[in-house]
Design a protein around this ligand. Structure first.
Ligand SMILES: Cc1ncc(COP(=O)(O)O)c(C=O)c1O
Length: 410
């Protein structure tokens, strides 16, 4: 379904945070890659959980039954969002990083000295650190090289995935440069050698529809606070895989999927918000099923965000002293996240200049520290990152451009 200016203007009314002002001026949120704002139905779902059915799970009274039902329905809703087989393939956790550690720990128990895990130089540390820890037990971790143009080197990926490879851990989209990676290649190569594929979809999920079955991935991780929901991590596991993993868990814990990797009491109220976030996104789409509506909405939102990011990129590179990093917008397979540097000004100085004027963007490495290092930007303070969301507008971008032009000329 088309998502253009009228839909964008209408959706903005749903986000109470957009009414925030700074010194009498509205603020501009272009910080979505670090977490988006939250629409009213998500806030209402969290409040309603606390008001109406706050309880622990598996009890013999109505608020507990309602909690069980809500959590199961949230798994069904997220399964529809990701194209997953069903609710049993969706686990929840504190955030993506915690789930990645739990998964790496469990998968690591199967590995022996000399086994190999392939990671990338472009990934967020959350999809590197947990795998690098396996080096302690003699696992060899190999890194796919990031090219200066912001893409992973496909030939290097082909060389690095070999017969000793047991796990391939790749991001679907870069939170630093917006690159969309060739996960079909990662799937082909990993399948060829019988390795498991683990995808980090944290930056991809807010901007593109996902179909875990079409990708054929074994595991996929994402985080609801990047797509208008609360702080909850999500793990998709291909049916049959989680049941055979030796996860960290208590003897008292339900050892079937999807609970097998979920430790302790989950954040029930936030999970109610995750369900509402997917339903909110789907409310902008068309179709007979929740899945169809979610996919149609994501396609519309993606096109809106892509056009804003392309506009920003075209304009910002005309400002003297600005360098845009990463790939261009000639392909729709590009996340609407744009990183720049400004000659003579550190990213944090530029971000502060903008922040003081009510324009919120991020500076630094955004935990994609290896990518920033490989690009030679670590000593310069990394990048200035702008991210488009469904509520972003042309006016937001023009305000940002004016602020950058001001500091670049100073
Ligand atoms: C690409 C990517 N992967 C992983 C993470 C970590 O997610 P979480 O904060 O849920 O642990 C982030 C967070 O910024 C991210 O952008």
């Amino acid at each position: 379904m088309a998502f253009s200016k009228p839909e964008n203007q209408r959706c903005r009314l749903d986000f109470p945070a957009l009414a925030r002002t700074l010194e009498g001026q509205p603020v501009t949120f272009l910080d979505g890659p670090a977490g988006t704002q939250v629409p009213r139905p998500v806030i209402d779902a969290v409040v309603s959980y606390y008001v109406n059915c706050n309880a622990n799970t598996h009890g013999q009274f109505i608020t507990s039954w309602e909690s069980d039902k809500m959590i199961w329905e949230a798994r069904e809703t997220v399964a529809a969002f990701l194209g997953a087989h069903g609710p049993a393939s969706i686990s929840f956790g504190a955030n993506m990083t915690s789930l990645a550690f739990a998964l790496a720990h469990a998968l690591g128990r199967r590995l022996v000295e000399g086994d190999e895990v392939v990671i990338t130089q472009l990934d967020h540390e959350a999809n590197r650190g947990p795998w690098l820890m396996l080096e302690e037990k003699g696992v060899v971790v190999r890194e796919v090289v990031l090219r200066p143009d912001g893409r992973l080197d496909p030939e290097d990926m082909t060389r690095k995935i070999g017969k000793r490879t047991r796990i391939v851990a790749v991001g679907m989209a870069s939170n630093a440069l917006g690159t969309v990676n060739d996960v079909a290649l990662a799937r082909r190569l990993s399948q060829h050698v019988g390795a498991l594929l683990v995808l980090d979809a944290v930056h991809y999920a807010p901007h593109f529809p996902i179909d875990v079955r079409a990708i054929g991935t074994d595991f996929l991780l994402c985080s609801a606070y990047k797509f208008y929901g609360p702080h909850v991590g999500i793990l998709y596991s291909r049916p049959g895989l989680l049941e055979h993993l030796r996860t960290d868990r208590l003897s008292t814990q339900d050892d079937s999927a999807p609970s097998r990797i979920e430790t302790g009491t989950l954040n029930h109220a936030a999970i109610a918000g995750v369900k509402a976030a997917v339903e909110y996104i789907a409310s902008w789409g068309e179709g007979a099923t929740l899945r169809e509506r979610a996919v149609s909405a994501m396609e519309g939102i993606a096109a809106w965000e892509h056009s804003l990011a392309a506009y920003y990129t075209n304009q910002v590179q005309q400002i003297s002293g600005v360098t845009v990093w990463g790939t261009d917008f000639s392909s729709p397979r590009r996340a609407p996240t744009v990183s720049i540097t400004v000659n003579g000004h550190s990213p944090s100085d530029v971000a502060r200049h903008l922040g003081e004027r009510g324009v919120f963007v991020w500076d630094g490495n955004f935990y994609a520290a290896r990518a920033v290092e490989v690009l030679g930007l670590a000593a310069r303070g990394g990048l200035l990152r702008t991210g488009m969301s469904m509520y972003s507008t042309r006016e937001d971008v023009d305000r940002l451009l004016a602020g950058i032009a001001e500091i670049a000329a100073s």
